[in-house]
Design a protein around this ligand. Structure first.
Ligand SMILES: [Zn+2]
Length: 81
């Protein structure tokens, strides 16, 4: 419930001034991460209010659609294609 309040508060704030990117499920500020395109395409339609999820909520949604819920951290700069 507190997550929903936080999301609604940040959505309200965003209409008035720029705010940092935040998770549209739990309202937490997010760090960038990359997800495989095929997995993201399945998760993205499940995001309410926008297109941003924190890593925790991404893993949670992966579990709900039968994808793996544990991902390796890799150096994104070294894997730039
Ligand atoms: Zn989240």
């Amino acid at each position: 419930m507190i997550h929903l309040v936080r999301v609604r508060w940040k959505l309200w704030l965003r209409r008035r001034r720029p705010v940092a990117s935040f998770c549209k499920h739990c309202g937490r500020d997010v760090h960038d991460y990359r997800a495989p395109d095929d997995v993201w395409e399945k998760v993205e339609p499940r995001i309410r209010h926008g297109y941003t999820l924190c890593y925790d909520c991404f893993c949670e949604e992966c579990g709900k659609i039968g994808e793996q819920t544990v991902w390796d951290l890799i150096d994104a700069d070294k894997n730039e294609a």
